[in-house]
Design a protein around this ligand. Structure first.
Ligand code: 8IG
Length: 278
């Protein structure tokens, strides 16, 4: 089995990333006693509290003890993989450890959360993030459904001539369920920039011109990997700030974290109710 600590097996180009994901799933099954998870969630900035509302926590494993994962680089990301038994008997895998593309560890490390989720049996992948909003009427603290994405990283989790269809990537079926739970939910196109710098005003204007509504630094690459794995994807952005130039003041990470904190109880409740209905 691949080792987990300083040397991440995903850094070795000769290692099959899907095998590392199977190793990770085996550790989760062993530690939780749950052989099959039904649904998986990656909780980004602002969304962590949802984990407590989904059901009964069966086990919680530090990400550093699961092959291919690493400690979270961002304050506010919890760094565990939690197995939750939902009231209806289904099992959710809650992944609080996201590797961002801007960390520079390569796409295999970025999408390992999704591939591990698929290897645990999950057929639905819920991807959440904190992001900037391009639509002026989205006040900080607004949750938005992701309707589609624009991948501006110029990278892909797919290796070689692996042609994957992305039609209906953010499943209309799942978005309809979410809107039944909260009919006021708005939708938008998520634009993934490399980061970690926030956008210039000109880049935000470009994103808007090409059809983007949300700017962020995650999710699109993960969604592609989820589709490759045959999962259905549901995406949520918490708008924690208006994108540069849409809002007049400069962006501060502290401000972004505060807006996330304030919205946390509301969006946690929303996400838990949506997941229960999927
Ligand atoms: I939270 O304004 C958060 N994440 N790219 N732009 C990008 N990512 C973000 C932003 C933002 N806010």
């Amino acid at each position: 089995m691949a080792t987990t600590t300083s040397e991440n097996p995903l850094n070795d180009p000769a290692v099959d990333p899907f095998e590392v994901a199977r190793d990770a799933a085996a550790v989760i099954a062993d530690r939780s006693g749950i052989e099959h998870h039904d649904i998986a969630l990656t909780l980004g900035s602002g969304w962590a509290k949802a984990a407590d509302l989904l059901g009964e926590t069966v086990s919680e494993v530090p990400a550093t003890e699961v092959p291919g994962f690493s400690a979270s680089a961002v304050v506010g990301h919890t760094g565990t993989l939690r197995s939750v038994r939902m009231p209806d008997g289904r099992h959710a895998l809650v992944i609080g450890a996201r590797t961002h593309y801007y960390e520079g560890h390569g796409v295999r490390r970025v999408v390992h959360n999704v591939r591990t989720a698929a290897a645990t049996g999950a057929s639905i992948m819920v991807l959440t993030n904190g992001a900037g909003g391009i639509k002026e009427h989205w006040k900080p603290g607004t949750p938005v459904l992701i309707s589609d994405h624009i991948n501006l990283t110029a990278d892909s989790p797919l290796e070689g001539a692996t042609f994957v269809d992305l039609t209906d990537l953010y499943a209309a079926r799942l978005r309809a369920v979410a809107k039944e739970i909260d009919p006021t939910l708005d939708e938008g196109v998520y634009t993934q920039f490399r980061g970690p710098q926030y956008e210039t005003w000109a880049e935000v204007r470009m994103a808007r011109t090409i059809g983007g509504d949300i700017v962020g630094m995650s999710t699109a690459l993960e969604a592609i990997a989820a589709r490759q794995a045959g999962m259905e994807v549901l995406g949520f952005s918490l708008i924690t700030n208006l994108a540069a130039g849409i809002q007049k003041e400069p962006l501060s990470h502290a401000e972004v974290l505060q807006a996330g904190k304030d919205a946390e109880p509301v969006i946690a409740d929303l996400l838990a109710r949506v997941v229960a209905a999927l």
